[in-house]
Design a protein around this ligand. Structure first.
Ligand SMILES: [Zn+2]
Length: 364
């Protein structure tokens, strides 16, 4: 990108857009605190932000589907989500809106690139300038990439001595909470199955397929943590509701978790979100709350539809604390493309397993 287009970008951000919003007479949302960014050939990420912006930084280790990722959240909303192709060790840079009022800059590395999260530090070098050096990153084939101009007026150049620590956002089994091994049994219930596909959403995406994949992964993760797991079904087969309940009651399970995906009544693409149901008891509610909390964390932008009481047969007739999680809307324009992705289902599985383990720790 030439320096002329850098300049155009920054003028666009600071000049035209506030006017644009005012003229439409919509409530003015704060513009993104991110003004410019670049990654140099030396593998250093530089940022220019509003003065003393409150930034949050995250690290996500690689999983089977994607490489390691680092992202930074900025207050204020981005105008247009976009992704840019990386070079060398960097696969892609994405700028998005994780939730209302925030901007997220994601750097995704190619599979096989390993970062040391203990050495990641986002350092404020002045009131409005930041640096993050990816120490040890092989820079072969890396070209400078960036948007906006990093230079700031000299009166802002007071030095700063603070840094933002990176939080680890992991789908690594070792990072799941520990519970006492061999004493809990959890029944995992993938909704629907066989001739009953459940909800069918955008792109003919079927609930039964989505929830079976998630459920099997949740079970495996729990087993790796020493929890005994039983599934109501492990294949694409027909199964009524009473035998699901009977299995859990016969096994005297510690918890029962039914996994579903939602559809809105009129297939409205604008309806998205996560909700978790319980039927009764503070333990059922605690189970639902723990699951909801974790699922929301891996579903940025998807609305929190809350922890709610529901009269679904499988949570009403089971004798143990029970929850039913709706992992997103197969008919929703935000949720559906995500639920179709194996990497998102992996994150959902991790989140549900984490919620269940947190619950077991909390109530026992
Ligand atoms: Zn369902």
């Amino acid at each position: 990108m030439s320096s002329a287009s850098f300049r155009r970008f920054s003028i666009l951000v600071v000049g035209i857009l506030p006017i644009f919003f005012c003229s439409l007479n919509v409530p003015l949302r704060a513009a993104s605190a991110l003004a410019a960014w670049s990654i140099g050939e030396n593998g250093v990420l530089r940022l220019r932000t509003k003065r003393d912006a409150d930034l949050k930084a995250f690290f996500q280790p690689s999983d089977f589907q994607s490489g390691e990722r680092v992202w930074i959240d900025f207050p204020g909303e981005l105008i247009r989500a976009r992704s840019l192709k990386g070079s060398g060790p960097i696969r892609e840079i994405r700028l998005g809106k994780p939730r209302t009022g925030f901007t997220r800059l994601v750097v995704e590395f190619r599979p096989g690139i390993v970062l040391d999260p203990s050495k990641l530090q986002l350092v404020a070098v002045s009131e409005d300038r930041w640096e993050l050096a990816f120490k040890g990153l092989p820079t072969y084939g890396l070209f400078r990439i960036g948007e906006g101009t990093l230079q700031s007026p000299s009166w802002l150049a007071n030095s700063r001595n603070r840094s933002v620590p990176f939080k680890r956002n992991s789908t690594n089994v070792d990072d799941l909470p520990e519970v006492k091994r061999g004493i809990y049994r959890v029944v995992i219930d993938p909704g629907h199955g066989g001739p009953d596909p459940g909800a069918v959403g955008i792109g003919r995406l079927r609930e039964t397929d989505v929830v079976l994949d998630i459920a099997l992964q949740v079970g495996r993760l729990l087993e790796l943590k020493g929890v005994k797991v039983s599934f109501t079904r492990t294949t694409e087969r027909d199964l009524d509701l009473p035998p699901r309940v009977a299995l859990a009651n016969r096994l005297r399970a510690s918890a029962f978790v039914s996994i579903h995906a939602n559809a809105s009544r009129s297939n409205k693409a604008s309806i998205n979100g996560v909700e978790t149901f319980f039927y009764s008891g503070w333990k059922g509610k605690a189970l639902a709350r723990n699951i909801q909390q974790q699922v929301l964390k891996v579903s940025p932008g998807s609305p929190d539809r809350g922890v709610r009481q529901g009269r679904f047969f499988v949570i009403r007739r089971t004798n143990m604390p029970a929850a039913l999680v709706e992992t997103g809307f197969l008919t929703g324009s935000l949720d559906a493309p995500r639920l179709a992705k194996k990497s998102h289902r992996r994150r959902l599985s991790f989140a549900i397993a984490k919620g269940i383990l947190n619950y077991l720790k909390e109530v026992n």
